[in-house]
Unconditional design. Structure first.
Length: 466
């Protein structure tokens, strides 16, 4: 399988190449040169497989030429063996139409583990084969950072530098990052918002001086391998609810547009999906873009769902590329315009293409709280604020009554205990697997929000590539 950049000028790479590269050298994001497609009978044959085997089956076409069947199977078995639930991503039922897909049974309590437990092992596999070293630079609004750090802590040939917006992640999120003592882990608390931190990471990827000395890679959802791993649970859920004979809709709490884009990929591969509902909080650039075509970034307002406090959704570029005729040159121009003015209009073909599968909704703080209370009253299920935004959107979606709607439960409620306590009066307990998180000492560097400060720190602390 070959991968092409959304901005049309970086050279095509195979799966190993895109996994190690992250962002393309032309500033674009990688996508498969064409979508692999399963027949309906191939999909039906996947029903009942254990999660790790299903994962290997769904991902096989994407890794062709870079991993053997046995290597992929082994990596999946090890990655999903770290989950605390045997089903890995179990489904729960609220009522006739509403379902919940629990994606938070991994080591750091959010859905990011599903992809990152695999990505950490993919890195290790490819680096060993090449006898090379990797410098991971990432920005996190909370959950990516802890999941990435857990996935690579102590692994050879990898250093990780994780930027988080100082004071804007929950205490559980921060401690899950800053209490990891492995010497290859560097936490950087940056003044500013998540978008500021992400902009610095993007800049480092196109900094020739840094790229000349270090092999810099991404663990943000701009890395294709992450999206690929997330495609699997759309298959898992649909197969349990009668797919591929029956269509299923999904409601996805959305920030950087990675998770919901994985649903789009599943549909492209032949999985019958009725709708993908993009659920946002009041930081609603995606809701505005999908409902009116106006993609313009406002300022970020902090909310109780910090992993969705984003105004620039990197992976949206992948959708615009695919539904806009895959014209990399034209998209590069459109994106450069957006980067300069923080605003752009979608073309008609982009709007029409997106509306075939996507709808969107926005939930404010009161609606989020109501959804947490509904889930608790309805069936004693405690959900987190991100999941609640998805559930609100699912319950108000214009979807036929006989189509099941699956809300992706993106985080464990204990990860956002304060917000859940405010909504339900009950404080969710941390699961035993996170151990003595609040007794361990923290270690992180506090840096000003400038690119130079971050670059200097990475330069001084990273290992050069071979
Ligand atoms: C990362 C995250 C999201 C947003 O996912 P995207 O792939 O960035 O759209 C939503 N909820 C939680 C809990 C997250 O950690």
């Amino acid at each position: 399988m070959q991968y092409v950049s959304t901005r049309g000028s970086a050279s095509a790479l195979n799966f190993e190449g895109v996994t190690l590269a992250g962002l393309a050298r032309d500033g674009g994001l990688y996508l498969p040169a064409e979508w692999p497609r399963f027949s309906q009978s191939e999909i039906a044959d996947m029903a009942g497989l254990p999660y790790a085997e299903l994962a290997a089956r769904v991902m096989a076409p994407f890794v062709e030429g870079s991993l053997t069947h046995d290597e992929l199977g082994d990596l999946c078995a090890r990655a999903y063996g770290t989950f605390a639930h045997e089903g890995v991503t179990p489904l729960k039922q609220f009522d006739q139409q509403q379902w919940l897909l629990e994606l938070f049974h991994g080591p750091t309590l959010a859905f990011k583990d599903v992809a990152l437990q695999l990505l950490g092992r993919l890195f290790e596999h490819f680096l060993k084969k090449r006898d090379d070293h990797l410098t991971i630079v990432g920005a996190t609004s909370g959950d990516t950072g802890s999941a990435a750090i857990d996935a690579v802590a102590g692994r050879e040939r990898i250093d990780i530098f994780m930027l988080h917006p100082h004071g804007r992640v929950s205490d559980v999120q921060r401690r899950q990052m800053t209490t990891v003592r492995a010497p290859n882990v560097h936490n950087l608390a940056i003044e500013g918002s998540f978008d500021d931190a992400q902009a610095m990471v993007k800049r480092m990827f196109v900094d020739d001086q840094m790229n000349g000395r270090f092999r810099i890679s991404a663990v943000n959802s701009i890395n294709w391998a992450r999206l690929m791993a997330q495609v699997v649970y759309y298959f898992a859920a649909a197969l349990q609810l009668g797919g591929p004979q029956r269509k299923v809709a999904f409601s996805v709490p959305t920030g950087n547009f990675g998770d919901v884009f994985a649903g789009y990929v599943a549909a492209k591969m032949g999985l019958p999906i009725e709708r993908l509902i993009v659920a946002t909080n009041i930081n609603d650039i995606l809701h505005r873009a999908l409902s009116t075509g106006d993609y313009s970034a406002g300022t970020v307002t902090p909310t109780a769902a910090p992993s969705m406090d984003i105004q620039v959704s990197s992976n949206f570029e992948r959708l615009l590329f695919d539904v806009g005729g895959r014209d990399g040159k034209a998209l590069a121009q459109q994106m450069h315009g957006f980067e300069a003015s923080k605003s752009m209009q979608l073309t008609n073909s982009q709007r029409e293409g997106a509306s075939e599968l996507f709808t969107s909704a926005r939930a404010d703080a009161a609606e989020m709280t109501q959804a947490i209370a509904w889930a608790s009253d309805k069936c004693g299920e405690v959900i987190d604020p991100h999941t609640a935004i998805g559930l609100h959107a699912a319950r108000h979606a214009d979807v036929a009554k006989d189509v099941p709607i699956v809300t992706l439960a993106t985080a464990h409620p204990a990860k956002f205990r304060d917000a859940v306590e405010r909504a339900t009066g009950k404080r969710p307990a941390l699961p035993r697997r996170v151990g003595d998180l609040f007794d361990r000492t923290e270690k992180y560097e506090q840096l000003p929000g400038t690119y130079d400060a971050v670059r200097d720190y990475v330069e001084a602390n990273a290992t050069q590539s071979a």
